[in-house]
Every structure is written in C-alpha cells, then in structure tokens.
Design a protein around this ligand. Structure first.
Ligand code: NAP
Length: 251
C-alpha cells in the first residue's frame, strides 16, 4: 500500500452505521473521508473523535443523489489523500411506510437516485482510482444492502427493498468485472439496527415495536455492522468477493 496508511471514503459517514465505520476504521489506521449531506456538526464530531484517538480524517459534504457532488467528493479525496484504497457505499434512505399502490413517482425516483444510482456512481469513481486496469493499486468496496432485499418489506417500503436488491446485483456483477484487477466488492445486509433511519422514515418507535419478534430479542448496533464491514475491507477477507454478509441476528 505504498507505505502510507490506507484511505477510506464512507458515504453518509456522519451518523448511524457510517459513523461507526468511520470511527472503527480510524482506530484501525485508515485515513478516513467522512461524507455527509446536511449534518455538518455530526460529521465534524466523527472527525474530532478519530483525531482525538490519534487518527486522520476530514469531513466532506456531498449529496450522493447528485453526480456533480460525487465527482467533487472524490476530487477532494484525490487532493487530500492522493489515492483511495477503500469505499463504503453506506449513504441510503428509507421513506414513510406505504404500499406499492400508494407510492409516487417522486418518491421512487428519490429512493433509487440515492440508494442505487449514488452507489453505482461512487463505485465507478472508486474503480477508476483502484483498478489496476486504470493504473491503480487495488482496493475494496463494501456496499450497504439490507435484509429488506430478501424479505421484500411488504406494507413498509417495497421500493426500498427493491433498491437494496439492485445494490446486491451491482455488487455481484461489479465484483466479477474487477476480480482480476485487485479490487474486491462485497455487501453487507443489516437487519434491524438502532440508528436514526427509522425516525427519518416516520417510525421513531420501530425498533421497540419489532424487538420481540427478532430471533435474538434485540436489535443490532451500528458497531456490530461496522465490524463486519471492516472485516470485508481488510486483507483478512482477501479471497472474499461478490458476496453478501448477513448481519441480522438470524433474521
Ligand atoms: P442513518 O442513521 O439515517 O444515517 C444516514 C447517513 O447517510 C447520514 O450520515 C446521512 O447524512 C447520510 N445521507 C443520507 N442521504 C444522503 C445523501 N443523499 N448523500 C450523502 N449522504 C447521505 O442511516 P443508517 O441506519 O446508519 O443506514 C446506513 C445504511 O445502512 C443505509 O444504506 C441503510 O439503508 C442501511 N441499512 C440500515 C438498517 C438499519 O436498521 N439502520 C438496516 C439495513 C440497512 P446527514 O447526517 O448529513 O444527514
């Protein structure tokens, strides 16, 4: 890795699972680019925590639903770090509970623009920097899917579930495209994890409501998901690509 600490971009690194990935990666020696879309203070808190622990990090604003923002985020990483070794395609959104027969075009387009198109464009920019085909030194990408991709989320948000299924198919296809170019691509499939995402979908009590129906009778933590992601990024997972790791407590 050129003797320098590896560099990592986490989209949506300001809160929830992304923030947990940033903090753990910082502690494990990655130089971390903490992307956020609106909560600058949260992103700066993550950066401050990483620096306080002796690591290197910076916050970078950018909406993964906008190509121009994505290009600017990657250019900032080029300037600051000089290269990119790892990407976690974490930024993602849900929406209000709704059946398919209630879903608007605006909602569908937003969901797919952020969750699917954003993940594709970030992966594209990462591969252009990592792949030996483009003169890179290799790298690793982890995409955030969801148990929803398996379950379909009827009555909750089938559109979200379908967007995550698209992320899984992208993971498989891209992994095979770049397997011989020193880039590994995997995904994680979290179950119910205690973050702000449920409140952002209008269901602040969701975790408490479903807890008893979960196999372990508890939700997962962002740290538990982060540990799986860090493993997939690491050389410990050097022969693992194109796979999806369930972190669902058996759900
Ligand atoms: P969260 O707590 O709602 O945090 C979302 C993060 O993404 C924030 O840092 C937010 O930035 C950022 N973000 C949102 N829209 C963005 C955009 N357009 N561009 C850039 N950043 C954006 O979410 P989470 O629960 O940690 O979820 C992270 C990922 O895991 C998502 O892909 C989600 O679908 C997936 N997941 C979560 C669960 C769960 O139960 N929590 C389960 C399965 C899968 P700001 O702070 O600036 O708003």
């Amino acid at each position: 890795m050129n003797g320098k600490a590896p560099s990592l971009l986490v989209t949506g690194g300001s809160r929830g699972i992304g923030a947990a990935v940033c903090r753990l990666a910082g502690a494990r020696g990655y130089r971390v680019a903490v992307n956020y879309v609106s909560d600058e203070q949260a992103a700066e808190r993550v950066v401050a925590d990483i620096k306080a622990a002796g690591g290197e990090a910076f916050a970078v604003a950018g909406d993964v639903g906008r190509e121009a923002d994505i290009l600017a985020v990657f250019e900032e990483i080029d300037r600051r770090f000089g290269r990119l070794d790892a990407l976690v395609n974490n930024a993602g959104v849900v929406d209000r509970m709704a059946r398919v027969d209630e879903i608007s075009l605006d909602r569908l387009e937003r969901m797919f623009r952020i969750n699917v198109t954003g993940s594709f464009l970030c992966a594209r920019e990462a591969v252009r920097r990592m792949s030996t085909r483009h003169g890179g030194q290799g790298g690793a990408i982890v995409n955030l899917s969801s148990a929803a991709a398996r379950l379909g989320s009827p009555g909750w948000y089938v559109d979200y579930a379908a967007s995550k299924a698209a992320v899984e198919t992208m993971t498989k296809g891209l992994a095979l495209e770049v397997a011989a170019e020193k880039v590994r691509v995997n995904a994680v499939r979290p179950g119910i994890i205690d973050t702000d995402i449920h409140a952002s979908g209008g269901e602040p009590d969701r975790v408490a409501q479903v807890r008893d129906a979960l196999p372990m009778k508890r939700e997962g933590t962002a740290d538990e998901v982060a540990r799986g992601i860090l493993w997939l990024l690491s050389d410990e997972a050097s022969y693992t690509t194109g796979t999806v790791l369930d972190i669902t407590g058996g759900r």
